[in-house]
Design a protein around this ligand. Structure first.
Ligand SMILES: NC(=O)c1ccc[n+]([C@@H]2O[C@H](COP(=O)([O-])OP(=O)(O)OC[C@H]3O[C@@H](n4cnc5c(N)ncnc54)[C@H](OP(=O)(O)O)[C@@H]3O)[C@@H](O)[C@H]2O)c1
Length: 241
C-alpha cells in the first residue's frame, strides 16, 4: 500500500478530514486537498487547490498523477448554493456544478490512469440524500444526482480493470457545511432532526467508517451502488400501517 496513494478532496475539515484520518489510521497514504491548509496537522500530504478553478485543478491533477500513482479516490468536495427555482442564478449554477460534479469527473479521469495500469482501484463519490428531492436544491441536488449517475457509468467502464466505483449519499452530517445552512437553535435544524428515525445527525466518522469499508478488500465485489447513510431519514416517510 505504501507506494500507492489515496486522494481525498475537501480534506481539511468535516467528512473529508474524517475520511483522511480513518484511512491514514488504516495504513493508506493519504493526499488531501482544499483551498486552505487545515488548522490542525494533516495525516498525509496536503495541497491547496481550488477545485472550482478548472484550469488550476487540471494542472494540479496532471502534475500529481505523473508524480504519484493515485489508486484510490474520494470525491468529497461540495457546495450547496441553496436557491428557489425562480431565484436560480447562472453564477450559482456554474459554481455548484463545477465544484460538485466537474471537479469529481476531472479527478476520476486523471486518477483512473494509475488505477487501470495497476488493475485495481477504488472511487467513492460523496453525494447526498437530497438527490431524492429537496426545496432550494435545484443546483446542488442536480449536480449530486448527476454525480451518482456518473458513478454508475464509471463502475461499468472500469469494472474490467478491477476498479470499483460507489456513491455515498449521506443525510445530515454535523459539520461546518451543515451548520451554515442549519444553525443551532433554528427550526429547520430541529425539523431535520425530527425526521431521523435513529434520533441524531450523523458524525463525520459515521461516513468515514463506510468509506473505509468500501476501500477494504472485503468490499471488492461491491460496485455501482448508492449507499444512503442517513439514520433512516430517507425511509422515514414510509406509510404506517
Ligand atoms: N454535512 C452534511 O450534512 C452533508 C450531507 C450530505 C452530503 N454532504 C456532502 O459531503 C461533502 C463534504 O461536506 P462537509 O459537510 O464535510 O463540508 P465542510 O465541513 O464544509 O468541508 C468542506 C471541505 O471542502 C473544502 N472545499 C470547499 N470548497 C472547495 C473548493 N472550491 N476547492 C477545494 N476545496 C474546497 C473545504 O476547505 P476550504 O474551505 O479550505 O476549501 C473543506 O475541506 C460535500 O460534498 C457535501 O455536499 C454533506
Amino acid at each position: 500500500m505504501n507506494d500507492q496513494f489515496t486522494l481525498v478532496t475537501g480534506a481539511s475539515k468535516g467528512i473529508g478530514r474524517a475520511c483522511a484520518e480513518r484511512l491514514a489510521g488504516a495504513g493508506f497514504n493519504v493526499i488531501g486537498l482544499a483551498r486552505k491548509q487545515p488548522s490542525e496537522e494533516f495525516p498525509g500530504e496536503f495541497y491547496e487547490v481550488d477545485v472550482a478553478d478548472r484550469e488550476a485543478l487540471t494542472a494540479f491533477l496532471k502534475w500529481l498523477t505523473k508524480e504519484k500513482p493515485v489508486v484510490n479516490l474520494i470525491n468529497n468536495v461540495g457546495l450547496a448554493g441553496p436557491e428557489l427555482l425562480q431565484d436560480v442564478t447562472s453564477e450559482t449554477l456554474d459554481r455548484v456544478i463545477e465544484t460538485n460534479l466537474v471537479s469529481a469527473i476531472l479527478c476520476a479521469k486523471y486518477c483512473s490512469g494509475a488505477m487501470k495500469k495497476s488493475r485495481q482501484g477504488r472511487i467513492i463519490n460523496i453525494s447526498t440524500e437530497l438527490i431524492l428531492g429537496a426545496p432550494t436544491r435545484t443546483a446542488y441536488g442536480g449536480a449530486k444526482a448527476a454525480l451518482a449517475s456518473v458513478s454508475r457509468t464509471w463502475a461499468l467502464e472500469l469494472a474490467q480493470f478491477g476498479i470499483t466505483v460507489n456513491t455515498i449519499a449521506p443525510g445530515p452530517v454535523d459539520t461546518e457545511f451543515f451548520l451554515q445552512n442549519n444553525p443551532v437553535g433554528s427550526d429547520i435544524r430541529q425539523q431535520k432532526l425530527d425526521r431521523i428515525p435513529l434520533g441524531r445527525f450523523a458524525t463525520p466518522a459515521d461516513i468515514a467508517n463506510l468509506a473505509n469499508f468500501l476501500m477494504s478488500p472485503e468490499a471488492a465485489y461491491i460496485t455501482g451502488q448508492i449507499f444512503h447513510i442517513d439514520g433512516g431519514s430517507s425511509i422515514a416517510s414510509a406509510p404506517l400501517f
